[in-house]
Design a protein around this ligand. Structure first.
Ligand code: ZN
Ligand code: ZN
Length: 372
């Protein structure tokens, strides 16, 4: 009997533990940076109201499970796959359903739509609009104008999509140049679904467009991004002065964003380096016995694993020159400082962080040795 009770305790206990772990592990965490809140936003997704497979309430539930701050349901204006069953004469319906589902939660729902045209200009999301019906006009440039009049922020979707671009290389067309010149286009997806584009990043840098990363989810986040296996959706991290739709809008317009795909963070140096600095902290260090080998504890407060290449004046006792700092965890790194120091600097190239095509920023971490 006692063995049985023990066994039951073990089985129930371990399954309860596993359950908590899965729910907690999928939650995405990124620390705030000096002066700004770091808001986790997915600004491109679909429901049965266009060519997605779920009701808007499921998008809200997925976002809450992922610990997101904001989403925008951006159903296609022109592509109603389920139109025979869900005709959507009012193009604001999916947004309204999401707002209803999010009532009583902290999730921010931003009104949006996907303007879905052949190239050029291809697809674009207009978010912070007030009436999607009015954006549905014949001329594509006019639809951008209407969305802008409503206060919309517009970004070019998946500029590398092989459905509209055989070589998968994003290229500005004269129409995009016109849209940018007229102030009608404000951002560009560097990351869409499972794709990343160096060329889109270069277009963003050359034209002062906001860097965006989105899931463009049509099915289920859990299945597409293997959440049970530790995966997560792409995101745009927005550095905002306040946690509100207006705060996100201001952060997007000011181009304070970082795109996330898997364990990669993409953003300009001024925005992404403060995030890396806030994500990795030292929990102190202590020398081993009478040696000059210092055990340093490094903690990662973010949901991405960092891959760091040593650029310090010292070599490591426990690692090669490339170390991995797993998401939301702590490692011990032993450093050969040759002499016993009270403090020292570790410098790394953050290989999973991209500030321009093929460019990675150098970061530095100050280490203080515990006094005994
Ligand atoms: Zn699209
Ligand atoms: Zn889409």
């Amino acid at each position: 009997m006692r063995t049985f009770t023990l066994l039951l305790w073990f089985v129930l206990g371990s399954s309860a533990f596993a359950h908590t772990n899965v729910a907690e592990l999928r939650q995405l965490h990124f620390p705030n940076v000096p002066g700004y809140l770091t808001l986790k936003c997915d600004l491109h997704m679909h429901t049965v109201f266009s060519d997605g497979n779920v009701w808007p309430s499921i998008r809200v539930e997925e976002a809450l499970k992922d610990n997101l701050d904001a989403i925008s349901i951006t159903d296609h204006l022109e592509k109603l796959k389920h139109g025979a069953d869900i005709p959507m004469p009012n193009r604001n319906r999916s947004h309204e359903e999401a707002v209803k589902a999010a009532r009583g939660t902290e999730l921010i729902i931003i009104q949006g739509t996907e303007i879905t045209r052949s190239m050029p200009p291809g697809h674009a999301n207009a978010i912070f609009i007030t009436d999607a019906n009015k954006v549905l006009v014949d001329d594509p440039v006019d639809s951008y104008r209407v969305a802008n009049k409503q206060g919309g922020f517009i970004f070019w979707n998946h500029p590398t999509w092989i459905g509209q671009d055989d070589d998968g290389v994003a290229e500005l067309t004269p129409m995009h140049e016109q849209l940018i010149a007229e102030g009608l286009l404000h951002g560009i997806e560097i990351v869409n679904e499972d794709t990343y584009s160096d060329e889109a990043l270069q277009i963003a840098l050359d034209n002062d467009l906001t860097i965006i990363g989105t899931s463009d989810i049509h099915g289920l986040i859990d299945w597409q991004y293997n959440v049970a296996g530790g995966g997560h959706r792409p995101l745009t991290l927005v550095f905002a002065k306040e946690r509100s739709a207006d705060g996100i809008n201001e952060g997007l317009v000011a181009r304070r964003t970082v795109a996330l795909i898997n364990d990669s963070l993409i953003g300009v140096e001024e925005t992404v380096v403060p995030l890396v600095n806030a994500s990795i902290t030292s929990k102190g260090a202590a020398y081993q016995r009478d040696s000059s080998v210092a055990d340093v504890r490094l903690k990662n407060h973010s949901s991405v694993a960092y891959t760091l290449q040593n650029k310090s004046d010292y070599n490591f006792y426990t690692h090669t020159d490339v170390i991995t700092l797993p998401a939301m965890s702590e490692i011990k790194l032993s450093v050969k400082t040759i002499e016993r120091l009270e403090s020292f600097e570790l410098r790394f190239l953050a290989l999973n962080v991209v500030t321009a095509p093929n460019e990675h920023p150098e970061i530095s971490i100050s280490i203080t040795v515990d006094s005994k």
